[in-house]
Design a protein around this ligand. Sequence first.
Ligand code: GDP
Ligand code: MG
Length: 870
Amino acid sequence: MLAVSLRCVTRPGGSKLAILVLKNAQLTLQAVQVRAYSSEYSHHEARVESIRNIGIIAHVDAGKTTTTERMLFQSGRTRHLGNVDHGNTTTDFLPMERERGITIQSAAITFQWPPKSLCPPGIEPQTINLIDTPGHQDFRYEVDRCMPILDGAVCILDGVKGVETHTERVWSSAHLSRIPRLLFVNKLDRDGASFRRSVQEVATRLKTWPLLCQIPWWNKDDLWGVIDVIHQHGLRFNTTNGSMNVVSKDSIARDNPALKDEMETARLRLIETLSEHDDQIMEDFLEHEGNVPSSSIKRAIRRLIMDGRARFTPVFAGASLRNIGVQPLLDAIVDYLPSPLDRPPLELTMGMKATTLTQVLEQRIKRKGTHHSEAPIAAIAHVFKVVNDPRHGMMSWLRVYHGTFNRSSNMWNSNTHMFEKPQHILHVSAKDHHSIAHLSTGHIGAMTNLKSARTGDTLITFPGHHGGGNHAPEPFGNLRIKAPDTPPAVAFISIEPYTRTASEKLEEALSKLEREDPSIRWSKNEKTGQLILSGMGELHLEIAQDRLWNHYKIDRDSAVWGDIEVEYSECLLAPTGPHRALYDRTIRDKQGRAGCTVSLEPLEADPGHEHQGALLESAVEREGNILHVSIPLPEDSTTLPFDPDLVRQQLINGAIAGLARGPRRNAPVRRCRVHITFDPATDYFGESVSTGGHITNAALAAVKAALKAAHENKTVGILEPFTRVQIHCPEEAGNAIQHDLVAARGGQVEEVRRPEDMDRSQVIQPFNTPSKGSSGEDGEQGVEEEEEFKVDPSKVYVPPDPYESVDSLRGPKKAVVRMLTIIGKAPLKEMMKYDGHLRSLTGGRHTLVLDPAGFELVVGPRERALEEGR
Ligand code: GDP
Ligand code: MG
């Protein structure tokens, strides 16, 4: 039996120091800090090198919210331990989130670590800006959208389930943005948890070398704490308040010699792996005769993960619900993940050209009336989230990459091409907001009362540009931070308002909703008055609908709300010839004229990320189509009578509008390559005649004419969204489910995994491994390196789980139901409400994971059924 007594002393300054005394366990315990509730959180601006902008990424239910809550608690930011199961967490603060126990909107929270009271003299706490991202795949765009603003990420695994589908997805999103990562294997207190299997899956499925910085400390079947592999001691946690005791290696050796041996093996294996890839640590190894200092190991780990390619990933262990492992994870964030200064230059586009922030800042301009030259921009920030807040109205969250924004900053929005000023700048910490004077490089904060900023926009200030004026200095007014493309919608709801007033109210709310979340789109059929709200899936639309009713106070009875339906789209089955349009109607009382020629060609598949790097100079990808614009130079001249970048943009806008409604079902057109030719000799009639509006309308009319011709030739097909399906179910229901999926749902089964297949030797191909060339400009080089770099799962060290030797403890529980995993794909339409159907086949003992799998052509009986409206 363990006997525990606690002595408490108050230190100068009021913080409490508790000394835990364990008897009989022969453990030498050191003094432990019990967290003090001081209001030590301060709003002074942190130095940029001490900032960590971190995202927490994971599959739904892995414990992101719980871990975030525990981090806030340990840092002194909150005084209660929020619990998702009781609906009282700090980050999931929307009523809908609390009700469903899921995180819908990624919330930004700032706190400091270590708390000032725990910092040794002369050491300043670091500021952690934490983004708790949603784990449900319907909100995956929200995760992607946050990626570019993160400098590092913590990926959480459920220690029972290991690497899950969405883990792979967010992992590859982080990969595309080259974000250095840590892994936290959570829920190790749960029955059936396996650190060993989780780490093996990290190697096989995430294809990264796990660097075990910790191993779990199990005492028989109980998780006591973690072993710090680098410093060679144990960390035991009080599961009620998370206070942490350091237990020396000697005590562990006395108590549990096998564990002591394992911790030594773990350190040796860690050093071996590091020294195979890092010369410095090899030198340290030789110099110190094998006894490498902990600080050298930590520096080597940091060096190896800094490039964000995740060839190596430090692994930590714990159970955040039980307060186990949270403080060391926070230490790891501070120690291993980069500050904004450690990141590669920010990628930008200027018009159609790719550039970097460093290249822009290196340019020098001379302003009128000044003698010195200066950088062309003073500050630049990315709007990564817009939210309608009950207290503050429209709030725009931003991350600053360079310079300082303050309340009088005249900010240029390079997407909407407008200047605006914030009312307040806020420091945001979950639902607490504090007004601050300015926001500078590396920081995350929110601005209120911006009129036009949408999620994904870029805000810029220019030197000396305080006053009015409508124009930004060219060409810097087109400078944009690369943001992920909005993926195509796959489902929609139709809304039919009863009155005009109701319609107006709805339209206003829908516009706000769209500003908040660009993956929500809406449109209005002017003839029927019907509104269409489309989004990324069932849950996404349910939440949007709920937000309209509860947040925007739309009266449910003011309209007829349709069911959630699948969004079809249209595509070309053959190329169309060139179609010229001359637009010469009056626009807003202005007579004018412009022309252009358009030809269309089918694309084999949806353009993916891989096109982006190659596309930038000559074409753009929008809504699943690729648009090229060519403007031939006149024979007798070397200059153009207009700004080609501006005209190109106007033509693209027109073409996009033309593709928004196809000729066959009025559905969006996708997978189309659009060639637009604008010949100055025949299509342009001078600045006052060929206005922007006329050029845009010419492109719109030409695209419509080309689509109409294709429809008359019967070369327009229908695409329907498909979804990847992963069903984890009891073995006995497996056959019935496979049969249902294939015969009744038009789906396919690609693989059936049984638990015994999941051993370490098997390398399973994840759904979303980063695609080739996906990293844009430096993609080639990156891919080559990645192809050479292989993780050999058989060489990955991981300690055995305790119950592998103590079978009797967990054996009986594990053997009750044999489960298997069915993997395949099916039309999304057939998978709506499928969870309920599966329940009848499995008695509720299943999990269903759906992940978008692009669009497929509807043919045969499915096409006939669609035509007949069945
Ligand atoms: P999220 O969806 O990733 O944000 O996950 P949550 O934090 O909402 O947690 C999902 C569920 O797992 C909740 O019921 C939590 O109480 C539970 N949970 C989270 N962490 C742990 C843990 O360390 N151990 C156990 N046993 N349960 C946990
Ligand atoms: Mg959550």
